[in-house]
Write a protein that binds this ligand. Structure first.
Ligand SMILES: Nc1ncnc2c1ncn2[C@@H]1O[C@H](COP(=O)(O)OP(=O)(O)OC[C@H]2O[C@@H]([n+]3cccc(C(=O)O)c3)[C@H](O)[C@@H]2O)[C@@H](O)[C@H]1O
Ligand SMILES: Nc1ncnc2c1ncn2[C@@H]1O[C@H](COP(=O)(O)OP(=O)(O)OP(=O)(O)O)[C@@H](O)[C@H]1O
Ligand SMILES: NC(=O)CC[C@H](N)C(=O)O
Length: 718
């Protein structure tokens, strides 16, 4: 019988280029793993410099510093007696590799470079690294001189290897390799590898954890084995939030899972597993037939036992029981992910808090609710005794000597909101909703009118040219109507930055400080371009910029119950409106009327454009199936065509706005973010003269002729 083995994986809140902080968190995780009796610890991808260094991976200094950190791990005797799988970038024969060092008792056993790099969506690993791309190939890696001295040899093996200990075999695959069709774990498993490690730099996106769980579960269900998944956690200096969820699987089942969103900088997951369960799982002769035909790996012999053969631990421990996977609802993912990201951003930027221009509409309400959600998590972590969080709150919550004890108290210290209204345009309802929300969450709120700024800006044009622009409801043209709306929108941006800079002084915050302006444009408005360029959407950061309106509404409905905030129901029921035009008895502005499409339709267009990679004609064909056909609520081919064409027209003429979009938390797979995720032109030829639109027209005409023919035949046969 095989003895039991205790293994550990972890989620670490690394920060790009924070070599000292990263090293300290790595060491802490190793010590925690050791304390729990583990003999193997796996850490996140590129954990030494942090995963998100991006073009810094082209700087040699990052490689040197990473070796310095590794040297510190090798020479720390407290980190001995445990096998360590740690991520770092390395230079080998002048090529850069995203690698792992497998280390034991102060010596490097081998280096394992990533075979297949992640290079889609937000990932650009091919920009910095070379893929090893040669399964099972091994070479000699020449160590830096001071490491050679310490190691007692000039080189160590580098490549796709298997490690054989006294009692089992293990091997490493790295993040994306799990997602590829021909994952290394398949051949490794057929070669008798019983333990797989995977270190990841995998960011959050709504509903993505399901995919990871399905992949790992499938990998070990088919082939048997123990799978240790490690991931980075938190904001490491970018739009991305790495959502932890370190996990241990045995033969398709989860036996350990860390939190997906949390404020702990170091989370270690430990499980005790019975290797006999893996061996007996691999009984099928069909597997055996593939195993004997599988190509062989070079084995590194390791004089170490992962099991507790001679320890009392065996008697005390039994294998960790399997448990169901823990998923959050998408509305919970929105409540927790952006909130944790905001916290990391706030503490790491050393800002004094946030400023939100609060309109009384649902979007800025969602942004404010996320800051409140952040405060709830921070206060909870303080109550649990989280020392790092307490230290950060001591610096940030400077208004009082004592630490805030409720989310509302903390929110009062870190959040200022302002209603920036106009006498004729702003309704009593929005003004009151903004005030009521601020009161409920404890924000410091001001209610002010910006009519003076509006009128004086408008009058500048009049005194310069004699021309007097008017709103449409007062007889103005569309251009005049838009120009006047944009004065309001853009002056709100200037006023917001002014407020953000001065409010700490106004409130007498010891040490002063200034606030970060938070934006509130959602993914659908960005996609359609229904926002004013350089208005409040041009904020410092935006926690909801990649969340759809449909999901935002679900989140607000969830928060109304879960955060006990009945006031949020009023926001859901209100008709979304920009309130940029004067309200009259006959006219109140409404988003969906203005946009000429619904938020639900926008979500579908967005998904088909980005996730399904469809152009206008392809989208038309898909939507024809979905929305077209016979029946009362079905659309004719021409109606479907009009919707698709309208969407592409507005998307294309407004794409330029995405070039200045506020850095937003990445959450949605159809995000139009022009900076890192959705790389497209921003000067398009006219959509209406496009080849695709002509194809749509031709197909509509053909379909209409067919429909007419059918009708004629039906009439004739009556
Ligand atoms: N191809 C191109 N490349 C680069 N820049 C280009 C461009 N075409 C126009 N532009 C620039 O963009 C400007 C037009 O864009 P922009 O100034 O945004 O103005 P515009 O898109 O004309 O108007 C803003 C729209 O957003 C709506 N809205 C809805 C909800 C809230 C808010 C709000 O702000 O609170 C606004 C508002 O009702 C209106 O329909 C042009 O004046 C020009 O400066
Ligand atoms: N009266 C106002 N007071 C303060 N801020 C405002 C006001 N009107 C608009 N804003 C700011 O400008 C942003 C964009 O305005 P817009 O009317 O498009 O809002 P929205 O996208 O519909 O969001 P919301 O649902 O928050 O109104 C808002 O999210 C808000 O931050
Ligand atoms: N760092 C990686 O290799 C990540 C790629 C992977 N597709 C993910 O999103 O998790």
């Amino acid at each position: 019988m095989a003895p039991l083995i205790t293994l550990a994986t972890c989620a670490l809140n690394q920060w790009s280029l924070d070599f000292e902080g990263n090293l300290q968190r790595i060491k802490k995780s190793i010590l925690k793993a050791k304390e729990a009796g583990a003999t193997l610890r796996v850490g996140p991808e590129l954990e030494i410099p942090g995963y998100g260094c991006l073009d810094h991976f082209l700087e040699n200094e990052v490689y040197d510093n990473s070796w310095d950190s590794l040297y510190s791990i090798l020479t720390d005797p407290e980190l001995h007696d445990i096998m360590i799988d740690v991520g770092l970038p390395i230079l080998h024969r002048n090529c850069r590799y995203n690698a792992r060092a497998i280390v034991l008792n102060g010596k490097i056993l081998c280096l394992r470079p990533k075979l297949y790099l992640a290079n889609d969506g937000n990932f650009r690993e091919m920009r910095f690294f070379t893929p090893w791309n040669r399964p099972r190939h091994v070479e000699d890696y020449y160590l830096p001189p001071y490491i050679q001295k310490h190691q007692g040899s000039r080189h160590v093996p580098i490549g796709d290897v298997v490690l054989s200990t006294f009692d089992t075999a293990l091997a490493a695959e790295t993040c994306e390799e799990l997602f590829t069709p021909n994952s290394p774990h398949i051949t490794m498993g057929l070669n008798g590898v019983e333990i797989f490690t995977n270190s990841s730099g995998s960011h959050h996106s709504l509903r993505k954890l399901d995919e990871r769980i399905a992949l790992i579960s499938e990998a070990t269900r088919k082939n048997g084995g123990v799978y240790l998944y490690s991931n980075q956690l938190g904001c490491d200096g970018d739009r991305l939030y790495y959502d932890g969820s370190a996990m241990i699987f045995v033969n398709g089942d989860i036996v350990g899972q860390s939190s997906q969103f949390g404020l702990n900088e170091v989370e270690v997951v430990v499980a005790t597993v019975d290797l006999e369960a893996v061996r007996s799982y691999r009984f099928a002769p069909s597997r055996g037939m593939q195993a004997v035909a599988a190509p062989e790996y070079r084995r590194i012999e390791v004089d170490f036992s992962l099991s507790h053969e001679n320890l009392d631990l065996d008697e005390q421990h039994s294998a960790t029981a399997r448990r169901p996977p823990r998923y959050h609802l998408p509305e919970e993912e929105i409540a927790y992910g952006p909130a944790c990201w905001l916290w990391d951003y706030l503490r790491r930027s050393k800002a004094a808090g946030f400023f939100i221009p609060l309109s009384g509409g649902i979007d800025s309400c969602a942004t404010a609710t996320l800051v409140y959600s952040m405060c709830r998590q921070v206060v909870k972590a303080m109550k649990e005794g989280n020392a790092e969080v307490i230290a950060d709150v001591k610096r940030i919550a400077a208004y009082t000597e004592t630490l805030p004890s409720t989310a509302e108290e903390l929110c009062n210290q870190v959040l200022c909101t302002s209603f920036l209204g106009m006498k004729e345009q702003s309704s009593k309802e929005t003004r009151e909703r903004a005030q009521a929300l601020a009161d409920r969450i404890g924000a410091y709120h001001t209610d002010t009118n910006i009519d003076d700024v509006f009128h004086s800006t408008r009058n500048i044009l009049t005194s310069a040219t004699g021309f007097e622009p008017k709103f449409k409801v007062h007889g103005g043209t569309t251009t005049q109507n838009l120009a006047l709306q944009n004065i309001q929108a853009r002056s709100r941006m200037v006023i917001s930055y002014y407020m953000a800079q001065e409010l700490c002084e106004v409130r007498g915050r010891p040490g002063g400080g200034s606030l970060l302006v938070l934006g509130s444009s959602n993914v659908d408005e960005c996609l359609r371009g229904y926002l004013t360029k350089y208005d409040c959407s041009s904020a410092d950061i935006n926690p909801i910029g990649s969340v759809s309106k449909v999901d935002l509404k679900r989140f607000i409905a969830w928060a109304a119950e879960d955060f006990d905030m009945p006031i949020l129901k009023d926001f859901i029921e209100a008709t979304p409106t920009a309130e940029l035009e004067p309200i009259t008895a006959e006219h109140t502005q409404s988003d969906e009327v203005d946009m000429q499409m619904t938020y639900k339709e926008l979500s579908r267009f967005g998904t088909l454009r980005k996730v399904n990679h469809l152009g206008p004609f392809g989208m038309f064909l898909v939507l024809l199936e979905e929305w077209g056909g016979e029946g009362e609520d079905r659309l004719s081919p021409r109606e479907v065509a009009d919707k698709v064409k309208k969407f592409f027209h507005f998307y294309q003429i407004n794409r330029h706005k995405q070039t200045v979009a506020t850095p937003a938390y990445h959450a949605e797979s159809y995000s139009p973010d022009d900076h890192r995720f959705d790389l497209r032109p921003f000067l398009y030829p006219s959509a209406f003269q496009s080849w695709s639109f002509k194809k749509i027209d031709a197909r509509v005409e053909a379909l209409e002729q067919r429909i007419q023919k059918k009708k004629n035949e039906a009439n004739a046969s009556r």
